[in-house]
Each structure stands twice: as C-alpha cells, then as structure tokens.
Design a binder for this molecule. Structure first.
Ligand SMILES: Nc1ncnc2c1ncn2[C@@H]1O[C@H](COP(=O)(O)OP(=O)(O)OP(=O)(O)O)[C@@H](O)[C@H]1O
Ligand SMILES: [Mg+2]
Length: 253
C-alpha cells in the first residue's frame, strides 16, 4: 500500500509546491507516484503537467472527492508520475460539504480507491488552515512541514503543529510528523541563518538535516518543467535529492 505524504504550512510562498513537485519528480525515478493538488491556485498541476490549469476544468480533485473516485481524473505525466489536478473551483468544496458523512475525510475516502496503485501519494496543501488542509492531513500517513527561513513563517510553525495534533486526535490517528524541512534559505542573509539555528535547537531531530537553499533554476522549472538533463539542473536538484534520501529513511522506520 502506498505511503501518503503532505507538504504544508499556512504561510504563503514557503516552498510547499516546489517541495511537492521536486520530491514527486525525484521519487518517480524509482517509484510510482501520484501528486494530488489540494491548492486552488493549481500551481503543482501547472508545474508538473506544464498545462494551463483550466484544461482540467470539471476534471479535478474536487470532482474526484465528490464522486469518491479519483480514477477518471488522474492525469499521467509519465509512466511513473501521475497528477490529480486542481483549479480555482476547488475553493467551493465548502458548498458541497453536506454530501460527505465526515467532511474532513473526503480526500482520505477518495484516495483509498487508488492507494494500492502507487508507492507514494504526495499532497500539495494550500496556505491556510482550512478544510482543504485538514482533508489533506487527514488523508496523510506523514506530514512534511515547510519552514521558510523567514520570521512570519517561523511564527506560523507552532499553530501548524497544533493542527497536526488535532487532526491526529480527531480524524487520522495514523498521521505522523515526517519532519520540518527548512526551505528557501538565502545563504547571505544573517536572519535566515539565525532562524535556522533556533529552529534546529528547538525542534532538534524533527528538522531534516538538509536545508533547501534559494536556487533560480528551481524557479525556472515552473516554466520549463522539471528536468535533470544538464549539470545545472542536477545541481539545482541536489539538495532535494538529499532530502528525498532522508525522507525515505524516515518513512521506512
Ligand atoms: N529553493 C528555492 N529557490 C528559489 N525559488 C524558490 C525555491 N523554492 C520556491 N521558490 C519560488 O518561490 C515561490 C514560492 O514557492 P512555492 O510556490 O513553492 O511556495 P508555496 O508555499 O507553495 O506557496 P503558496 O503558499 O502560494 O502555495 C515560487 O515562485 C517558487 O518558484
Ligand atoms: Mg503552493
């Protein structure tokens, strides 16, 4: 049975989608991967499929949840990397919530249908603590917390960890913290280094050993699609390669 992992934090622009997409790409070299876009911005859909999100209108994760079956809506990007897309209509989940017996478990129930078909299911969460995030966490075996090394994201961390505990207690006792991933470090900024030092001191082994630094090439992958053809590409992906190794060892323990 596949392992489901989500990438989240309620702070916007913290590297959630980038981490979901790079991890999906790297894992798909050796494993069968499904990436689930739970953000109405559709950024993961856009990066991985390289298509406009409106191509998937009425064929998204929302339709999959409403029908309790993702199969008709899964988009194969390669043989081993599939995407369950999102578009901005995903924010209307609330309007349909009465059709679910347990609204927090809509995604979990839907993904159960295909969980055996994948080694990993990765969920990209939106920048808030609302129903989409709760659904994503309730469907996850492991949560990766994206901590951008900047003050407002750091302030958001405790609240996000509190939500993880609530989801564990009330909706998904299987949920475990995979770890805190420090992302988007500006290596020249003293404030980034001091936040990283403090987070490592406070959260010790919960923090992944690797820190993801800012790399322009990672941003360019949004427009070109993710590749590892050139040395420049591989250099940009190297920290995510290290992250994936550590992630695999954490989730297999
Ligand atoms: N390590 C990095 N180096 C350079 N740019 C990065 C890096 N990680 C992310 N970015 C860029 O920073 C921006 C925000 O990243 P991303 O979209 O992954 O964050 P997010 O947490 O998913 O945002 P949102 O909260 O809006 O969903 C994007 O333009 C992305 O390309
Ligand atoms: Mg995002």
């Amino acid at each position: 049975m596949g392992i489901t992992l989500s990438f989240g934090i309620q702070k916007g622009g913290a590297g959630k989608t980038t981490s979901t997409c790079m991890t999906s790409y790297i894992l798909s070299r050796d494993y069968k991967v499904l990436t689930v876009d739970m953000d109405s911005q559709g950024n993961a859909t856009n990066i991985l499929t390289q298509k406009d999100i409106y191509q998937y209108q009425d064929r998204t994760v929302l339709n999959a949840m409403l029908e309790r079956n993702p199969e008709p809506y899964i988009v194969p990007v390669t043989d081993t990397l599939h995407v369950l897309p999102a578009d901005d209509i995903l924010v209307t989940l609330d309007d349909h919530i009465q059709i679910f017996t347990n609204p927090s478990l809509a995604l979990q129930e839907c993904l159960r249908v295909i969980k055996d078909n994948y080694d990993f299911i990765l969920i990209d969460l939106p920048p808030n603590l609302g129903k989409l995030t709760v659904n994503g966490l309730a469907a996850s075996d492991f949560a990766v917390v994206n901590l951008q090394s900047e003050p407002l994201c750091w302030k958001a961390l405790d609240r996000y960890l509190e939500l993880l505990r609530l989801v564990q207690e009330r909706a998904n006792p299987n949920l475990k913290l995979a770890g805190i991933l420090l992302s988007m470090q500006d290596s020249r900024a003293a404030i980034d280094s001091s936040i990283i030092d403090q987070v490592r001191k406070d959260y010790e082994d919960w923090v992944f050993a690797v820190t993801i630094r800012r790399r322009t090439r990672l941003k360019e992958f949004t427009l070109t699609g993710i590749t590892d053809r050139t040395a420049h590409d591989r250099y940009a992906l190297a920290e995510y390669d290290t992250f994936v190794e550590e992630l695999l060892s954490r989730v297999s323990q």
